[in-house]
Design a protein around this ligand. Structure first.
Ligand SMILES: C[S@@+](CC[C@H](N)C(=O)[O-])C[C@H]1O[C@@H](n2cnc3c(N)ncnc32)[C@H](O)[C@@H]1O
Length: 386
C-alpha cells in the first residue's frame, strides 16, 4: 500500500469508528484522495492565532492534516491575512471535518439521478464526493470567492469530476440549472434564502447549517411544499462559518467596555446556564437577535474573575456577568441602548417555562417574505425574520 492509500484507509477507519459513514457514501470516500483538493498553504489555529503551514516547508505535517478527522483551514480573512506577521484573524474557508461531511451527505438522502446544488464549494472535495455518487453532470456548486472557485475547478477537473463550479453569491442559487432535487449548503445561514426554495422542486430538500447570532450549531432539513414554502426541522448539530453576507462578528474591546460607568445589578442565573447549554442557547438566540456571547478567562482580569460578555455590534450595547466561584449571585454590567442581560435572562426563563425545549421541538417555515420559527405543539411564532 502507498502512503496515500494508507492515510485514506485510516480516514475511512476513523469515520467508521465514529459511525457517521453510511454505506452509499463509503465508496465515494474510499475513491477520493482528500489531499488532492487541499491548497499548498493551509492554516493552523495555535492559541487563537491563525498561522500559515506551507506544504513546501513541512510536507509531512501538511499531508497529515489533509487526512486528519479535523477541518483543514484553507483561507483566512478572505485571502488577505489581516493579523501581524502574515497571521490570520478569521477563518473564511476550510475543507470541512470529514465526519461532518459524512453526516451531512447521509442526511441529504440524495439518490441516483438527482440534481444537486451545493453552496460553498471551498476546496471542491465535497462536490467531488457528490459527483462520484450522482455523476458530475448532476452537481452544480457555487463559491463566492473567485480564487477558491478556480482552485476547486482545477482540482475537480484533475481528479476526473468536472462539476460546474459557479463563481457567485450562493444565496441567489443558480436558476439556469434549476429545479434541483436537493440543495446542500456547507456554510451556515441565519436565514434560509428564499431562492433556494424557489429553485427546488416540490418534495425536494434543502439541507443547511443554521445558526443564530447567539448560537452556531444546528443542521436543518427543509422539504419544499407545493405551495412554494419550505418546512422542516433541526436534524443535527454542526457548526459552520457563515454565508459571507450573513456574517455576524462581535468583539469585546477592553478600552470601550468600561464596567465602572455601566449599569450595575445582580442575577442568580449562572453563566453556564445561558452559555453552556445547547438547548437554552438555541432558544435564547431566537428570542434575542444580534447578540453574541464571548467568554474571557479569569487570567485576563486583575480580579481573577472570568467574564461572560454579550455584545451587539449594531447598537453597540454590551453586558457581562462576572463568574465568581462559590457564589450563587453574579454581578451584572450593562451598557448601551439595549439591556442585553435583561433580554437574555427573560429569554432563559421563557425557555425554562416552556419545558426546556430541545432542537427537535423547533419547526421552521420559509416563505417568500420571511423565516418563521415555532415550537411544535404550539403555533405561536417564537421568531420571525424578514
Ligand atoms: C466550510 S467552506 C466549504 C467547504 C467545502 N464544501 C469543501 O468541501 O471544501 C464554506 C465556503 O463557503 C463559501 N461561501 C461563503 N459565502 C458564500 C456565498 N454567499 N456563496 C457561495 N459561497 C460562499 C466560503 O468562501 C467558503 O469557501
Amino acid at each position: 500500500m502507498t502512503e496515500i492509500s494508507l492515510l485514506r484507509q485510516r480516514l475511512l477507519d476513523d469515520l467508521a469508528e465514529r459511525g457517521t459513514l453510511s454505506d452509499p457514501w463509503q465508496e465515494a470516500f474510499a475513491a477520493l484522495s482528500r489531499h488532492q483538493f487541499i491548497p499548498d498553504t493551509i492554516w493552523e489555529d495555535s492559541t487563537g492565532e491563525l498561522m500559515p503551514l506551507r506544504r513546501a516547508d513541512n510536507p509531512e505535517r501538511w499531508l497529515e492534516a489533509a487526512y486528519a478527522l479535523d477541518a483543514v483551514i484553507t483561507q483566512v480573512d478572505d485571502g488577505h491575512p489581516t493579523g501581524p506577521d502574515d497571521r490570520g484573524r478569521y477563518i473564511t474557508s476550510s475543507a470541512s471535518q470529514p465526519d461532518v461531511v459524512a453526516l451531512m451527505l447521509t442526511a441529504l438522502d440524495a439518490q441516483h439521478g438527482m440534481r444537486v446544488l451545493e453552496i460553498g464549494t471551498g476546496t471542491g472535495y465535497h462536490a467531488a464526493l457528490l459527483a462520484h455518487r450522482l455523476g458530475a453532470q448532476n452537481v452544480t456548486s457555487m463559491e463566492i470567492d473567485p480564487t477558491l472557485a478556480e482552485h476547486a475547478r482545477t482540482a475537480l477537473a484533475a481528479t476526473g469530476y468536472p462539476v460546474t463550479v459557479i463563481t457567485g453569491d450562493g444565496a441567489q442559487g443558480y436558476p439556469p440549472h434549476a429545479p434541483y432535487d436537493r440543495i446542500i449548503a456547507t456554510t451556515a445561514v441565519h436565514q434560509v434564502p428564499y431562492p433556494w426554495v424557489a429553485q427546488t422542486r416540490p418534495g425536494g430538500k434543502i439541507l443547511a447549517p443554521w445558526a443564530n447570532h447567539y448560537h452556531n450549531g444546528a443542521l436543518v432539513c427543509l422539504t419544499v411544499q407545493a405551495d412554494g414554502t419550505a418546512q422542516g426541522r433541526i436534524v443535527g448539530d454542526v457548526a459552520f462559518m457563515e454565508l459571507r453576507e450573513q456574517r455576524f462578528r462581535a468583539t469585546i474591546d477592553d478600552a470601550e467596555c468600561e464596567e465602572t460607568t455601566a449599569r450595575h445589578s445582580h442575577t442568580s442565573v449562572a453563566p453556564s446556564s445561558v452559555a453552556g447549554d445547547y438547548d437554552a442557547s438555541l432558544a435564547i438566540g431566537m428570542k434575542v437577535p444580534h447578540c453574541a456571547p464571548i467568554y474571557v478567562s479569569a487570567q485576563h482580569y486583575p480580579d481573577h474573575c472570568a467574564r461572560l460578555w454579550f455584545a451587539d455590534p449594531i447598537t453597540k450595547s454590551w453586558a457581562n456577568l462576572l463568574h465568581q466561584p462559590d457564589t450563587c449571585t453574579y454581578p451584572v454590567h450593562q451598557s448601551g441602548p439595549r439591556n442585553l442581560w435583561d433580554e437574555i435572562e427573560t429569554a432563559y426563563h421563557w425557555w425554562l417555562d416552556a419545558g426546556r425545549p430541545g432542537p427537535h421541538r423547533w419547526h421552521i417555515t420559509i416563505t417568500p417574505d420571511a423565516q418563521q420559527v415555532t415550537l411544535t405543539e404550539t403555533s405561536t411564532p417564537v421568531g420571525v425574520t424578514p
